[in-house]
Design a binder for this molecule. Structure first.
Ligand SMILES: [Mg+2]
Length: 403
């Protein structure tokens, strides 16, 4: 049997509360509830481990939290700090191992390759990551890490021991190692699915894990059930599905757009096109790359890791971010690539308010479909649209491959 560990999944423990405790030592070791505003009618959006011991959780109303834990220290959320720490944690992890997907503000997945797939090496990497976060980002920040043959089980593992956990799920430990979990502990089994499973008499993980592939197909009502059966057994088909896939567009600039501004506008248009395609495919991306070919200097390329997204706005921001690093010169062609693609079924919404952006992007797609492409576009595109109306057909920018 395949003993290799192919994925490492990292989950920061009580993330928002931990950042507050890191920044304010007087809160360390104390029950802390992070709230959107100081009011009894709101709820905790995060709780420290000390508060969790009293039964306070994400979603507990402040009035209830005070009853459960009279000494709870309530602090107002400071999202910009959590985002800042997020980027520092991403950098710390990436100094140990490349991140395949930033799943949310406090979760990331890394794919293990070569010798990293052996248990000793994988465990060493996990410990190094923990230490690097403590050294480079914050001495009190802890995370739980799961190591497993696929990303799904690595995430399950990262949830099995908190705080500061390190769980290894080997193929040979399956399925017994999962028996102690609740059915609802598995990502993808929400309340509705739990009810459905109960109807079929499935109340424990052991029962779930003893279902046959075709039974799971029946209960889930399709191939999703079969897919779940494979995931529970450690099969890693993300390799196949996501590693090879990417969405990219490139464009050779017409002579009058061989300026920094012209190249940027075209790159932005390519981002719009790629983002719309990504959404049509029902995929999410976590890596944005771009390149610029110059007439008077060597080509340049760079990439940035993203929280899984599929909305145009985030991707345009990624472009703007990288664009600042583009060296000066006379551009000849630009290209962008969205990679590390994640299918909808693997995607978890982050806490960045990205849901709102995803909805906005879908709404734009609908409008464009209804009224013709490019009815709705971002402000900067307007410039290029009117500046070179005859040079570029905006509905069909030819790809570099077309030349
Ligand atoms: Mg967490």
């Amino acid at each position: 049997m395949n003993q290799l560990l192919k994925w490492l999944f990292l989950d920061l423990n009580s993330y928002f509360a931990s950042v507050e405790q890191e920044l304010r030592p007087e809160l360390r070791g104390k029950p802390v509830g992070v709230v959107p505003m100081m009011a009894n009618t709101t709820c905790c959006i995060a709780a420290s481990y000390e508060a969790k011991a009293f039964g306070v959780k994400t979603g507990t109303m402040v009035a209830d939290a005070k009853k459960l834990c009279p000494n709870i220290q309530l602090v107002e959320a400071r999202h910009e700090l959590y985002v800042d720490y997020h980027h520092r944690i991403v950098d710390a992890v990436e100094s140990c191992i490349p991140i395949a997907a930033v799943v949310s503000i406090d979760e990331m997945a890394c794919q293990l390759t070569g010798s990293q797939q052996h248990i000793e090496k994988a465990v060493t990497i996990a410990k190094t990551i923990k230490q690097t976060i403590r050294e480079k980002v914050g001495s009190t920040l802890r995370c739980s890490i799961g190591l497993a043959p696929n990303r799904f089980l690595a995430k399950v593992g990262s949830d099995m021991q908190k705080p500061d956990g390190l769980i290894v799920i080997k193929s040979t430990d399956l399925p017994q190692i999962l028996y102690k979990l609740e059915v609802s502990d598995f990502p993808g089994i929400g309340r509705r699915m739990e009810v459905r499973l109960k109807k079929y008499g499935i109340k424990t993980s052991e029962q779930l894990l003893n279902l046959t592939k075709s039974q799971m197909r029946t209960i889930w009502g399709g191939v999703v059930g079969e897919r779940f059966w494979h995931l529970l057994r450690g099969d890693d088909f993300e390799d196949m599905e996501t590693q090879r896939r990417s969405v990219g567009h490139s464009h050779v600039l017409p002579p009058d757009l061989r300026t920094r501004e012209g190249a940027f506008s075209v790159a932005q248009k390519l981002v719009h096109k790629a983002a719309a395609r990504l959404r049509r495919m029902n995929y999410w991306t976590s890596c944005f790359s771009m390149f610029v070919k110059f007439m008077d200097r060597p080509s340049w390329d760079s990439h940035v890791k993203l929280v899984e997204c599929q909305d145009t706005l985030t991707l345009v921001e990624a472009l703007q971010f990288l664009w600042k690093k583009v060296p000066s010169g006379k551009p000849l062609a630009v290209g962008i690539v969205l990679s590390d693609l994640i299918p909808d079924s693997f995607h978890n919404f982050s806490l960045f308010g990205e849901e709102k952006r995803a909805r906005l992007a879908k709404a734009m797609d609908r409008l464009n479909k209804k009224f013709g492409t490019d009815v709705v576009y971002f402000g900067d595109l307007h410039l290029i649209k009117s500046a070179a109306p005859t040079r570029i057909a905006f509905t069909s920018i030819p790809d570099l491959e077309d030349f």
